[in-house]
Write a protein that binds this ligand. Sequence first.
Ligand SMILES: [Zn+2]
Length: 96
Amino acid sequence: MAMNQRELEELARTRAATERLHTFKLAGEPLYLVRSRGTEPGSMHQVHVSRLGRVDECTCKSWAYRRVCTHAAAVTRRLERENPGRVRRALRNRAA
Ligand SMILES: [Zn+2]
């Protein structure tokens, strides 16, 4: 059975944690750089964060295909660590 979106996001979060993906904040921009580990080793992907504090784009193929990737998950984990209340509000807004 195919995994649903929520299950794919959970899997990406687990992989982001297991693989210890590092995120690099670009000063003054709502952008983070995350090094690719899988199909394009060595390259960097750009993850964009919306004004609500929610990841809304990554430049990798997985995001383009399913809107789920370990880079986005790694940035989401960082945002939750740095500002837990804001991310919870963004998730609630999305569910509404
Ligand atoms: Zn990505």
